[in-house]
Design a protein around this ligand. Structure first.
Ligand SMILES: *Cc1c(COP(=O)(O)O)cnc(C)c1O
Length: 364
């Protein structure tokens, strides 16, 4: 069932599938990028050619997300994990922040932030293994909270905030790693958004931060490392030191791909169509069950189980042999998880559902 060129349908949560068109273009440009005589990997990040690559990437990202002029776009390194530290280091002024804990990534961010201030857990869905998004319409937001933190799409559990929390006027910070560019976003509702690109955008190693300018501070504690200040990177257009140059180039190609496709409205439409095929089947299946409450479902990560560990294992093995790979759920939850990011073609989801139907019949 592998595709004609030997590629498989890759349902990995990340690093994850990339658009074939982008991979092909990168391959074409590998040895000699636009007559520069070299690969983008070999190029000085201070060269004119590279400057054009990073500036174009930023411009395309701004177009896609309609990013207002008073927000900076930063291309950083260190993974989402470094943002678990950079966010509190840079944004805590009163030393207080409120976190909504809807999964392991939010929890890790919450624990890390405690090194830097008084961090409150104002809501959680841990009571039901993070299978839903809690009601965030009237949370006990702290008077002096510097920000309210969410993980907008919970990669491991397959939940998504479909309505943002009422932060009662406080700044909203969101980890969007696994839903970034999957649909339009109203940037003005956030003070800071960040995303590791290896989920839905590009190769591992690039971290995109979108931050409102007034939140970029100069008056940080003396001990704060230069590299951990947003200001360092904002003042230097992400070129303070060597950026993850090749990764940013690939992200730029993905931004062009998204624009050509019709932008994020169109992407959302496609993602909804794709996810519906899988969710509709899960809702009708006698064997497979989705593990998430319906109104909290993610368009990107779809966890499901058979109810039998043995059958789960058999399914994952047989799917793999059929060219449907990386369907094993996160080690903390078990079962299966299909990540169906932007670059997963609709055919991939159709093939998966056909395979699930066949498996169901054979194992009835
Ligand atoms: C994958 C992921 C992370 C961790 O990313 P790293 O780049 O490995 O640090 C954090 N948050 C979310 C939502 C993720 O999906």
């Amino acid at each position: 069932m592998t595709q004609t060129d030997g590629r498989v349908y890759n349902f990995s949560a990340g690093p994850a599938v990339l658009p074939e068109e982008v991979l092909k273009q990168a391959a074409d440009e590998m040895m000699n990028y636009q007559n520069s005589g070299m690969s983008v990997m070999e190029m000085s990040h201070r060269s004119k050619t590279y400057d054009n690559i990073i500036k174009t990437a930023e411009r395309d990202l701004r177009d896609l997300l309609n990013i207002p002029d008073n927000y900076k776009v930063l291309f950083l390194q260190g993974g989402a994990h470094l943002q678990f530290s950079m966010v509190p280091i840079n944004l805590l002024k009163n030393g207080v922040a409120d976190y909504i804990v809807t999964g392991q990534w939010a929890k890790k961010a919450y624990v890390e932030a405690q090194k830097y201030g008084k961090i409150n857990k104002v809501a959680t869905s841990e009571d039901k293994t993070f299978s839903y998004i809690p009601d965030c319409s009237d949370l006990p937001i702290s008077e002096d909270a510097d920000y309210v933190y969410i993980c907008e799409n919970n990669t491991i559990y397959g939940t998504k905030f479909h309505k943002l929390p009422d932060t009662k006027g406080k700044i909203l910070v969101a980890d969007m790693s696994s839903c970034f560019l999957s649909e339009p976003v109203d940037i003005t509702k956030y003070g800071l958004i960040y995303a590791g690109v290896q989920k839905n955008v590009g190769p591992a190693g690039v971290q995109i931060v979108i931050i409102r300018e007034d939140l970029i501070r100069e008056d940080l504690p003396e001990w704060c490392p230069t590299m951990l200040k947003y200001k360092t990177h904002a003042d230097n257009d992400s070129l303070y030191n060597t950026p993850p140059a090749y990764g940013i180039y690939i992200c730029g190609l993905v931004f062009k791909w998204l624009k050509k496709l019709g932008g994020l409205e169109k992407m959302k439409e496609l993602n909804e169509k794709k996810a519906k095929i899988l969710y509709d089947f899960l809702d009708s299946s006698k064997l497979f069950k989705g593990t998430v409450e319906k109104d909290s479902r993610s368009l990107m990560n779809v966890p499901f189980v058979t109810g039998s560990e043995e059958l789960d294992k058999k399914f994952i093995e047989e799917a793999k042999n059929a060219g449907l790979v990386q369907l094993k759920g996160h080690r903390s939850v078990g079962g299966m998880r299909a990540s169906i990011y932007n670059a997963m073609p609709i055919e991939g989801v159709k093939v998966l559902v056909e395979f699930m139907k066949k498996f169901e019949q054979e194992n009835a």
